[in-house]
Design a protein around this ligand. Structure first.
Ligand code: ZN
Length: 512
């Protein structure tokens, strides 16, 4: 049932020639993907209706009542397809919607992951209400106008977009998987592996309970591979396969000057300035090219395999376009591409502060200066050990390091004092590209979607270790959203062609 309001564009009605369109040229050789394309062509309106229905249920992780409605709706969608579903929780968690299809004679299990919760939002920032899914005939940023649903039987223009929280991140994959199931069955095809679905309800709230739920239900969630359907495809619109994600740890540093702010005229040249101390300290951590100078920082980095290096070399470079988009006159890392640089750890200043600036500034020598840093980790690096190395670097610059607010005695006993609370963090994971199952995923995806962009790891984080650690399994990320989907921001949207592509992708992977 369509819950979308019929919002009519004020501009001229679309002509038939604008709503009929040429399909993208690529024809998949994968039988299931072809079956999915055929099925989708015959059922576009029903697919979109189911999508809009799911999107109309608010999905912020803290909204328990609506989270439950989402979970029950998804369980019902599975049930309608003969997939027995259940909601799995631990005390205080949102449910993971679990479903299972057993394939007779199957020798392995594939687990398909997506999440149904979305990022918190402010409805005032949205052009149309976030939980009133709205169709537009293009991207809002390029003047896309709201359009009504076409009459049943009329194809959708694949460049049209659905605007709603969760449209891209991450409800579309759930619809793609369910539709792919319909298509496979209608074509008389079967799943070859045992299939499990695990749809999380608090990913955007930090997946606080994911590891606990999996650890408490190991057999239920066990699988040879978790296919993580979350995030956008490559900016060139080519299908992306990411074999891991970076981890992260956080380092907060405060350095000290006088007990309170001092008059800069009376005490300038005499009292040390903590803002300058901090600036020097931070500057000592990196060279002009962005290379981290902390000793042993790169020691544990697991080198890339030849296959991983080749994948990076073959990935299309969009760096010049991105520089224009972000107004950058230069980049770090010398001649290295973005795709390569995200396979290395990074040390980043998230923000820094000391006293007040601009019109609020006063003539003072500040009392303290603080910086919050993040370290993005790659495979092989231990979060705590890495943070310790950064702390060692601070010591080598002559600081006495403490992990809580220093007393007057400590501050007077040392020329330079830095406070760094003991940090924790999340380790990175990377599934080797040369594993037989990795190669099979690549072949399967390419048979459905054509040439792919393969990266050893994404630059950002995903809760991969929370899955791999308790279950001893592997993870591979196969996203389907458009890159310009406004994920995590207002006016989140999904381009319909990405949903169509995602259905074909899922059909191929479900029959792998
Ligand atoms: Zn997501």
């Amino acid at each position: 049932m369509a819950r979308i309001p019929l919002l009519f564009a004020l501009s001229a009605a679309l002509t038939l020639s604008e709503t009929t369109f040429a399909q993208t040229g690529f024809v998949p050789e994968n039988k299931a993907a072809l079956a999915a394309r055929r099925w989708r062509g015959q059922h576009e309106r029903a697919i979109v209706d189911e999508f809009l229905g799911l999107l109309s249920i608010p999905n912020i992780a803290g909204d328990r009542a609506n989270i439950q409605r989402n979970a029950e709706t998804i369980a019902k969608m599975m049930g309608q397809r003969g997939v027995p579903a259940r909601l799995v929780t631990v005390p205080g968690s949102n449910p993971i919607v679990f479903g299972e299809i057993k394939a007779p004679g199957a020798t392995r299990t594939l687990v398909f992951y997506a999440h149904y919760d979305g990022q918190p939002l402010d409805p005032k920032e949205w052009a149309t209400p976030p939980f009133t899914p709205t169709l537009r005939n293009g991207a809002l940023e390029r003047d896309g106008q709201t359009v009504p649903l076409p009459p049943p039987g009329t194809p959708f223009n694949p460049e049209w977009r659905v605007y709603a929280r969760g449209a891209a991140d991450d409800k579309a994959p759930i619809i793609a998987m369910m539709t792919a199931l319909d298509a496979i069955r209608a074509a008389g095809l079967r799943t070859q592996s045992n299939i499990k679905f695990a749809f999380e309800g608090e990913e955007e709230a930090g997946s606080a309970n994911l590891e606990k739920i999996l650890a408490a239900n190991k057999d239920l969630f066990a699988g040879d591979l978790w296919l993580m359907c979350d995030g956008p495809v490559h900016q060139t619109r080519r299908q992306l396969i990411a074999f891991g994600a970076r981890g992260a740890t956080r380092v907060d540093i405060t350095v000290y000057g006088p007990r309170g702010e001092l008059h800069s005229g009376h005490y300038g040249n005499w009292a040390p300035n903590p803002a300058l101390l901090l600036a020097r300290l931070l500057a000592s951590m990196k060279d002009d090219n962005g290379r981290v100078l902390v000793e042993h920082f790169y020691d544990d980095v697991e080198p890339l395999s030849d296959l991983e290096k080749r994948a990076i070399a073959e990935a299309p470079s969009i760096d010049e376009d991105l520089m224009k988009e972000f107004w950058l006159g230069s980049t770090d890392g010398g001649a290295a591409k973005l795709t390569e640089l995200i396979t290395l750890p990074s040390l980043n200043i998230r923000g820094m502060a000391s006293s007040r600036i601009g019109a609020q500034a006063s003539n003072v020598i500040p009392s303290t200066a603080s910086a919050t840093m993040d370290v993005r980790l790659v495979k092989g690096m231990d979060p705590r050990r890495t943070a310790e190395r950064v702390i060692d670097h601070v010591r080598k610059q002559g600081f006495h390091v403490v992990d809580s607010e220093p007393s007057a005695a400590v501050r007077m006993a040392h020329p330079k004092v830095a406070m760094i609370p003991r940090p924790d963090g999340i380790a990175a994971t990377r599934t080797p590209m040369d594993l037989p199952i990795s190669q099979e995923v690549i072949r399967t995806v390419e048979s459905a979607r054509g040439p792919t962009v393969k990266i050893p790891n994404m630059g950002g984080g995903l809760p991969l270790t929370s899955i791999e650690r308790p279950l001893g399994t592997r993870t591979i990320v196969i996203p389907m959203g458009n890159h310009d989907n406004n994920q995590h921001s207002y006016n989140e949207n999904l381009r319909l062609q990405n949903l169509w592509d995602g259905i074909e992708l899922m059909a191929a992977l479900l029959t792998m």
